[in-house]
Design a protein around this ligand. Structure first.
Ligand SMILES: C[S@@+](CC[C@H](N)C(=O)[O-])C[C@H]1O[C@@H](n2cnc3c(N)ncnc32)[C@H](O)[C@@H]1O
Length: 279
């Protein structure tokens, strides 16, 4: 309630000059700066960007002059911007693509989670995968991370950024908030409102990100780290970002040697339960 009032009042007060316009902290730029500290240049590198959407990070990645930059986003007809009231249909090749000054740029439509194994092989292997704001839209997060692992060259670098559960209890555990309306008993309404409510089947745009309809799973911070380790990532290092309250996390990780394909809650010990090496 207070949050909704603030949302309505802020633009009016800003227009009247009674409030300084609020600058959204640029999370993506901070993460890009962290990448440049790890890799000041991408010369000779093959880079995959998943979910470029508006191309802002594509421009940043192109400025590091990789040999190849493959940008993959899901087919335009399946995309609508549900974070605003207006739909923003994308063309097959988004308009920002032409402006990217890089000879080795490619734009490809496809859902990285459900590309056929043949299409995945055809993409080749990459020195760097840049994947921000994408994981929590995908209903099979472990499989998604396995695919990122598969697509990297040995020692390749992953930059991953994701939204996290805001649930006041779940965020402290190694678990995932599944956003499925029929089974959703409680979700918080907004960032500064800890009231738990019943989820609605038709999302209300005023409600928090965790109720928007294109978000399927919101993991806890610990869950993201666990998934990466389970898939064989090493040197996992969190990137400090300007987003407060652990609402999101950014990290870098390297492809290590896959430790095996079995899952045990005691760690990577042999067990009859396989994560599986299928893609
Ligand atoms: C919230 S936007 C993030 C945009 C930008 N990367 C950022 O960090 O702000 C999510 C983007 O990822 C794309 N996306 C989500 N899942 C995907 C998948 N499995 N394969 C390819 N693109 C995906 C969506 O279509 C959308 O353009």
């Amino acid at each position: 309630m207070i949050r909704s009032l603030k949302k309505i009042a802020r633009p009016i007060l800003e227009k009247l000059g009674l409030l300084t316009p609020y600058d959204q902290p640029d999370n993506r730029e901070t993460i890009f700066n962290a990448l440049t500290r790890l890799k000041p240049t991408l010369h000779g590198h093959r880079v995959l960007e998943i979910g470029p959407k508006d191309g802002k990070d594509s421009h940043r990645l192109a400025s590091l002059k990789p040999e190849t930059l493959v940008m993959m986003d899901i087919p335009a007809q399946y995309t609508q911007n549900i974070t605003s009231s207006s739909r923003t249909p994308r063309e097959s090749i988004p308009s920002w693509f032409q402006a990217i000054p890089l000879p080795g740029k490619f734009y490809q439509e496809g859902n990285i989670l459900y590309l056929s194994p043949e299409a995945l092989t055809a993409l080749g292997h990459f020195d760097l995968i840049w994947c921000t704001g994408v994981l929590y839209h995908n209903p099979e997060p472990l499989r998604f991370i396995k695919r990122l692992f598969h697509l990297l060259k040995p020692g390749g670098l992953l930059i991953l950024e994701t939204s996290l559960t805001r649930h006041p209890v779940l965020k402290h555990h190694n678990c995932v908030e599944i956003l499925w309306p029929k089974s959703q008993l409680c979700l918080r309404v907004g960032e500064d409102d800890h009231r738990l409510i019943q989820s609605t089947v038709v999302p209300d745009t005023q409600q928090s990100l965790s109720i928007q309809s294109n978000v399927s799973h919101l993991p806890s911070r610990q869950a993201v780290l666990s998934w990466l380790e389970m898939c064989g990532f090493e040197d996992i290092s969190e990137i400090a970002t300007p987003i407060p309250d652990n609402l999101r996390m950014g990290l870098s990780a390297r492809k290590g040697t896959f430790p095996g394909h079995t899952y045990s809650n005691r760690g990577p010990n042999p067990s009859p339960y396989a994560i599986g090496d299928s893609l």
